[in-house]
Write a protein that binds this ligand. Structure first.
Ligand code: ARG
Length: 459
């Protein structure tokens, strides 16, 4: 049975239920590599500052590396009695190298240690998440490039609005994911200060060099206030918020694809390998992956509320409540990463049902706004032009006609300003190519944007 590191002042052993209840090792063992990285930087600093000897430092570093190997080859025995990853590693170190191991915790507390571990974890994992988002963005660019001639309607209120290039639609998501990667960068920039050396919360009387450990661990600088360093977890909130926004964007994208995949829309076909069947209805091919991604976004939002609530009533500084910060953090980053990865594959498997989309473009009066614009360009005030066009639409509806099937004679009945050239405006293709305003859907614009996005991704 392991003797507790803090057992000095206790007369009785900890109750087993209490031990299991307070233990966090099942979750925080996830931090092992960052904990070891932090401890190595710490003892190198202690030795540089002559707080421990070079020989002691070497022994400790060797022992820590051995522990890392053991954990990675599944040979390490994690124990609940030793509470968390920090004490599991420290205990094993002392068992391995003897008394030098007992010096590793000089001028350090678990309070600054855990904050350092978490920040290192976030920097690492959030960067991987960013890379996964960039892969998705590349897929979006590829698909946009390959479908530059495909026109679809876009919707407002889920009612047919106007014709646009499908590429333009997809690139809207590119923009959202671009902001998501920027948000990750900003979150990382904000947490880029090393808490190590803040100790329990007041700093230390040892002559430590916090600048040295900060640099060793790849932080920009050390934190400036030891109490803040062990108390706050706003960087966890930032990270989960980043995940929440990513999941929200993904979820909307899923919803679009789910709708497009329905027989009612029939805009796309999803790859068989990324769909599932029904246990009773043999004809079904369900978009379960997309639905699960949409569903999992709720869990990530829940994590955000969980950490916000954990912190709201906590007096400074460290309180054990903070141990509950890890599970929402890990789960949010892992879920987001899983979702981005599987979504990318599913997205790559979609095929647009071009013929069906094209055949349906005449429905829904998609170029009504173009007619109103035509009239306005011929000196009819826009409000009036809107009204005239509304009447044309009503006429079509009543007589079961589409805008493009109207003759000049029929059109002229609604306004004397209408001439033959109106047919240029009624055509779906002309409508799209006329949207040349910056950020609009004309093919030229979209092509330029794709080039721009490619450059951004290369940066
Ligand atoms: N397992 C603890 C946590 O994750 C580590 C810090 C413990 N500090 C303490 N004063 N009990 O928060």
């Amino acid at each position: 049975m392991a003797k507790k590191i803090w057992s000095g002042r206790f007369l009785k052993k900890t109750n087993v239920d209490a031990e299991n209840f307070t233990s966090s090792i099942d979750i925080d063992k996830n931090l092992y590599s960052y904990d070891i990285q932090g401890s190595i930087a710490h003892v190198e600093m202690l030795s540089k500052q002559k707080i421990i000897s070079t020989a002691e430092k070497s022994k400790i570093v060797k022992g820590l590396k051995k522990i890392k190997d053991e954990i990675e080859s599944n040979k390490f025995n994690f124990s609940h009695e030793l509470e968390d990853i920090h004490m599991n590693i420290e205990d094993s170190l002392t068992k391995k190298i003897g008394s030098a191991g007992k010096k590793v915790h000089t001028a350090r507390s678990r309070n600054d240690q855990v904050a350092t571990d978490i920040k290192l974890y976030i920097k690492d994992i959030a960067n991987s998440l960013k890379k996964d988002i960039i892969k998705l963005q590349k897929s979006i660019l590829n698909k946009s490039n390959r479908n530059l001639d495909l026109i679809i309607p876009f919707y407002t209120h889920l009612q047919r609005a106007q014709p646009i290039l499908v590429s333009h639609y997809l690139l809207a998501y590119f923009e959202m994911f671009l902001r998501d990667t920027e948000r990750i960068d900003e979150a990382i920039k904000r947490l880029d200060q090393s808490p190590l050396g803040s100790c329990a919360g007041s700093g230390t009387s040892f002559n430590i060099d916090r600048g040295y450990t900060s640099k060793k661990l790849g932080f920009k600088e050390p934190t400036r206030n030891s109490i803040d360093s062990v108390s706050d977890r706003d960087y966890i909130i930032d990270s989960i918020y980043c995940c929440s926004v990513i999941m929200m964007h993904l979820s909307r994208f899923c919803e679009d694809l789910i709708i497009w995949n329905s027989s009612e829309f029939n805009f796309i076909t999803l790859g068989d390998e990324f769909t599932t069947g029904s246990s009773i209805m043999p004809q079904k091919k369900n978009p379960d992956i997309l639905e699960l991604v949409r569903g999992k976004s709720g869990g990530v939002y829940g994590n955000l509320i969980s950490i916000l609530t954990n912190l709201k009533g906590l007096p400074l500084s460290y309180n054990r409540d903070l141990q509950e910060d890890k599970s929402p953090l890990f789960s949010s980053l892992e879920t987001s990463m899983d979702c981005i990865r599987i979504f990318t594959k599913t997205f790559e498997s979609i095929q647009f049902n071009e013929k069906h989309i094209k055949d349906g473009l005449d429905a829904g009066f998609l170029t009504a706004t173009d007619i109103a614009d035509y009239l306005a360009k011929n000196n009819v005030p826009f409000r009036k032009a809107h009204n005239i066009t509304g009447k044309i639409v009503a006429y079509c509806e009543k007589n079961n006609k589409t805008l493009s099937s109207l003759s000049l004679k029929e059109l002229k009945r609604f306004s004397s300003s209408i001439e033959k050239d109106i047919f240029n405006f009624i055509s779906i293709e002309r409508s799209v190519s006329s949207k040349k305003s910056y950020g609009g859907t004309s093919k030229n614009n979209v092509r330029k944007m794709i080039a721009k996005y490619k450059k951004i991704l290369l940066k």
